[in-house]
Design a protein. Structure first.
Length: 454
């Protein structure tokens, strides 16, 4: 009996502990979960006697919003805040799942003591939510490097200033020894061996070596490159690797990059692809193509057919083409009525206004012309552009013409001899028949020919 009672008591305790654990996990899962990350330091590394900016990101990984967050930095030697600096900052409440780009960023600008030792130093940070207690975070590392072994690239220049595809360019780096002693075995390497970087060295390699550089000295390192013909208009990021050693033989390495802007003016061609107009005084459609013959994308292309005394536009004059990749083309169609002398063969210029943008969103407007050849009737027949009438059609046309002339003559004679028409009335009917020809004759036949009493 005692044994059974003991088993029941142990089981009840286990149930209570398990329920408490589940409840605790549920409460924790629903609570705010603040995570703090140091994003970066600027500059990295920082030199003694200068300022460094530290960026921290606060995220709420939990499923409930936090109370208002107060952040405090705890600087210790060799770091300090200026008198105007505020070590405590309010970032407000963090909503549930406020993470990644939505996280709150906190900036601190600290001064590094002039006597700071080169190496990795730490900084402390703490925060509290609402009226809760302070939570001290783990120490964050800040890198310090003295200028005893600092080799800087102060300037990068290109000649020419504007780079175009297929053209040579000289890139010059201005190196400066900012250390208090000489630097040696300096090697500068351009990372242009990637297919994504359309530059190639000419007359040299992509690496340059300098035996030594005295303290405070400068050196102009130049590379002769050529922009590959296939390079499009954009900014290319060029990796640079700089290695050197100080007087004691300690080696240093820097990886950096700079940008080279290639700017090619958009190149295109307009061509008449199709025309259903062969002779003047006819209506038809024309199809005009625009081809991108350059290496860069032409964006937001709009083609507008401009008015002219040589033709009348019957369709919409504007056609939106959109974007044209390199070696791509699109067409636009217009319906026009062609004017002109039917007895002359001539080239009629179709006038277009093109509006577009280049890869740097710079807008252009060009007026271009495309010649449309229209032929005289005789040339059109000669080149079989217009088919002559068949003999049967010609005979029918002649017969109809003869019948209409005979009808007109009968109506004219009748108007002259009509007994009921006299004076002004007779003169008006005769004039109508003479000058309005068949139409006047038809009106006289239907209205004026009636006799009195008929």
């Amino acid at each position: 009996m005692k044994r059974n009672s003991l088993i029941v008591i142990v089981a009840m305790i286990a149930i209570v502990v398990l329920a408490g654990s589940v409840l605790s996990v549920g409460v924790q899962a629903a609570a705010p979960n603040i995570q703090v990350t140091m994003l970066n330091q600027n500059p990295d590394p920082v030199e003694p006697g200068s300022y460094v900016e530290l960026r921290f990101k606060f995220e709420n990984m939990g499923t409930e919003a936090s109370d208002s967050i107060t952040v405090e930095i705890l600087p210790e030697y060799p770091f300090s805040l200026d008198q105007t600096g505020d070590k405590t900052k309010e970032i407000g409440a963090l909503q549930a799942r406020q993470v990644n780009d939505e996280g709150a960023i906190v900036y601190y600008k600290l001064r590094v003591d002039e006597q700071a030792v080169e190496g990795t130093n730490t900084i402390k940070l703490r925060y509290k939510a609402g009226s809760g207690g302070w939570i001290t975070l783990e120490k964050y590392e800040v890198r310090i490097r003295t200028e005893d072994a600092v080799l800087a690239i102060n300037e990068v220049e290109t000649n020419p200033k504007v780079l175009t595809s297929g053209e040579p360019v000289t890139i010059t780096f201005k190196l400066r020894n900012m250390a208090d002693s000489l630097l040696k075995d300096i090697r500068l390497t351009l990372g242009i061996d990637s297919a994504a970087v359309p530059f190639a060295p000419i007359g040299s390699t992509n690496e340059l070596t300098i035996r030594q550089l005295e303290s405070g000295g400068t050196y102009l390192a130049s590379f002769d490159l050529i922009v590959e013909p296939s390079a499009g208009s954009q900014v290319y990021k060029i990796p640079v690797n700089l290695t050197y050693a100080d007087k004691q033989g300690v080696k240093y390495s820097k990886k950096m990059s700079f940008g080279l802007k290639v700017e090619n003016h958009p190149q295109y061609e307009l061509n008449l692809e199709e025309s259903k107009i062969t002779m003047p005084n006819t209506k038809g459609s024309v199809v005009v193509s625009i081809s991108n013959i350059g290496t860069s994308t032409i964006s937001f292309v709009m083609m507008e057919l401009l008015p002219s005394d040589d033709y009348t536009i019957l369709s919409s004059s504007k056609v939106y083409i959109g974007n044209l990749e390199s070696d791509d083309y699109e067409t636009s169609e217009y319906t026009i009525f062609m004017k002109g002398d039917a007895n002359a063969t001539q080239d009629v210029p179709l006038k277009f206004l093109l509006t577009y943008k280049d890869s740097y969103n710079k807008e252009y407007q060009d007026e271009k012309e495309v010649d449309l050849r229209v032929y005289s009737m005789s040339d059109a027949l000669q080149y079989k552009l217009s088919q002559p009438q068949s003999p049967t059609t010609q005979i029918v046309t002649i017969m109809i013409g003869i019948v209409l002339v005979i009808f007109w003559l009968f109506m004219l004679v009748d108007a002259v001899r009509h007994p009921s028409h006299k004076g002004v009335k007779k003169a008006l009917w005769i004039a109508l028949v003479v000058f309005a020809f068949v139409i006047g004759a038809a009106l006289y036949y239907l209205i004026g020919r009636k006799r009195n009493g008929s």
